[in-house]
Every structure is written in C-alpha cells, then in structure tokens.
Write a protein that binds this ligand. Structure first.
Ligand code: ZDP
Length: 325
C-alpha cells in the first residue's frame, strides 16, 4: 500500500496528500464523537415563564436520565435551560389515568407535583396524541400528589383539577404550631433572617409556606427565600410565597421555590396562597386572580366540594436534541 502511494505521489502529489489527510481526519472525528450519553429529543415549554424541558419517557419505568443529568440540562449557560425536567410516562396504577408525570427540579431534587408543569405536560401529550388545536381534551395524570386532571379548553387555556389541599400542618409537613382546629397552621409566628413573620402552611402534594406582606415589590426575595426554604420547621424543605392582597379577589405574589429558587410562576403556590388567603380571613372570594411575576392565573377553591381548580396558559417554545449530535 505504501509503495503504491509513494509511486502515485510522484505523478499526483496533491491528490495523494489530500487522500492521506482525509484518512487521518476520519479516524480523528470518529474518536471525538464517542460519548457515554445518548442524544435526548426534547421540547421546551413554559407556563407564565416557569419553564420546563419535556421528554417522551413512554416504555420505560424510570426517568430516562439521572437527577444529575437533569440538573445539567436545566443549566441556563451550559445546558438547555429550565426550571425542571418533566418525564411523560405510562400510567402504572390501573386507576383510570392515561399518563403519569414525574419531574426533577433544576437542582435534581424530585417534587411530588408541579402546577405549571402539568399544564405544559397536557399540551405536550396532546401533541404526542395528535390532538388538533382548538379541540377540547381531558387527561387524567398520575403524580406524587395523586390523580390530577387537566383539561385543554377550546380557547387553548388549561384548566386543572388540582384535587384537595392538605390543611393539617403535620402533613404539609411543618412543625409550626397549629393555630386553628384540625392542626391547621394559619398566621403562625416564625423567625427567619432575624425577623418575625406569620406563616400559613398548605400542602398541594408539595409543601407551601404562605406569608402575607404589605408591599410585595419591596421584598428582598433572594435574601429571605433561602432561609425559609431550609428552615428546620419544614422537614421536607418548603416553597415560600410572599403575597400582597391587592383587592378581595386579586392577590399578587413572589415565590422562592424549593430546589429551583426564584421562578416566574408557581402553579401549586398560587393554589396554596388562595387557600391561605381564605383561611386567614384575607378574602371571602372563592375565585381569585393571582398575579405572579410571569403573568396571571385564575384559582378557584370550590365551595361545594373543596376541590381546587387552576386555569392558565402553557406554551411550546422550541424543540431540539440534547447531547451528542
Ligand atoms: O415543590 C417543589 O419542589 C417545587 N419546586 C416544584 C415545582 C412547582 C412549580 N413551580 C409549580 O408550578 O407548581 C412547578
């Protein structure tokens, strides 16, 4: 082979040099593409700026990536960027559900439920199911907080039956002193960052601490959010909502999320604070508009049966392939 190349090089020096280079580069590029992780197809969605990476996890009983990989994917500089990764999975309990949702926060921890995320998941699975735009469709989804039922309405908004709030403090869970019958923790004192606050604790599958403030815009969220999240009164950590009551049916909030920090919206949080406002006597309205940094949600705590309904948008942003190409 070498002899033939040498002979040819005398006649066609340029062509032989190019051939030899191609062979070398071929070997090099093959070595470069070797990677232990395979590529992952995803779609990015957001609900009021609370953004999620959605993946089709059907046919597998566990999420297709580790919590560490999910955290890397959520990185806004080194990854796709997102507040969490949501896995659309097959249902397992035989309880009438057609899908199951699991989610990792951007730090890799796994919450039981995610309100904005479930609206995004409804839109994502409707696309997988080839549901036409404008067609109304209802899903029943298994979550860590039980069966959750989103309906994509004809106007494109998603209305979700979020089930029942957990009112008993020990089940939220919190060790704060109950102030109402049934172990309910409403306006219970707590010292955080050297200041006394009044906390109302509600479970929406995941734990929430609601603090009513006079001026939510003036609140230094980055300073007070983290010490609430890790306060020993919350054994599973906590999502904290700071809420200003603008008018009886209009609540304005900022949120510091467990495992995700400051986000533009929190659906379970909006539900929790509406329940908290009613229990704390801040409003008598059962249907409120909650203004989050990323926009508005409508929350109803239905008087007839105690179920909570959340209505809001969810939008696709883009799709892509993560990892080696
Ligand atoms: O409970 C938690 O650890 C939350 N960070 C989960 C995510 C909540 C979410 N923002 C919501 O909309 O309910 C997605």
């Amino acid at each position: 082979m070498l002899k033939i190349l040498a002979a040819l090089a005398l006649v066609f020096p340029g062509d032989v040099a190019a051939f030899v280079n191609t062979q070398r580069n071929f070997g090099r590029s093959l070595r470069r593409t070797k990677s232990p992780m395979s590529a992952i197809a995803f779609e990015k969605y957001h609900g009021l700026g609370n953004d999620f990476i959605l993946v089709d996890n059907r046919g597998k009983s566990e999420p297709m990536m580790s919590p560490e990989e999910a955290a890397k994917m959520c990185d806004r500089n080194f990854g796709v960027g997102g507040d969490g990764v949501i896995f659309a999975m097959d249902p397992v309990n035989g309880d009438g559900a057609n899908w199951k949702m699991r989610i990792y926060n951007s730090d890799g921890s796994e919450p039981e439920m995610c309100g904005n995320g479930i609206r995004c998941m409804a839109k994502y699975i409707a696309k997988l199911d080839d549901v036409a735009a404008g067609e109304e469709v209802e899903y029943i989804i298994e979550t860590g907080a039980g069966l959750i039922k989103p309906v994509i309405r004809a106007d494109g908004l998603v209305k979700v039956d979020m089930g029942f709030p957990v009112l008993e403090g020990s089940k939220v869970p919190t060790t704060l002193a109950p102030t109402q019958e049934g172990g309910v923790v409403v306006d219970s004192p707590i010292t955080v960052a050297g200041k006394e606050w009044l906390a109302t604790c509600i479970g929406m599958g995941n734990p929430h601490c609601v603090v009513f403030v006079d001026d939510v815009a003036a609140l230094d969220l980055a300073a007070v959010g983290p010490p609430f999240e890790t306060h020993p009164a919350f054994p599973a950590k906590v999502n904290t909502e700071f809420v200003e009551v603008r008018s009886p049916a209009h609540l304005v909030m900022k949120v510091w999320e467990r495992g995700a920090g400051s986000t533009l919206a929190c659906g379970t949080g909006a539900c929790a604070l509406t329940v908290a406002a009613i229990l704390a006597g801040k409003t008598t309205e059962r249907t409120c508009v909650v203004t989050l940094p990323g926009g508005d949600l409508e929350i109803e705590w239905r008087e007839s049966d105690g179920r909570i309904f959340m209505t809001g948008p969810a939008q696709v942003v883009f799709g892509g392939v993560y990892g080696p190409r």
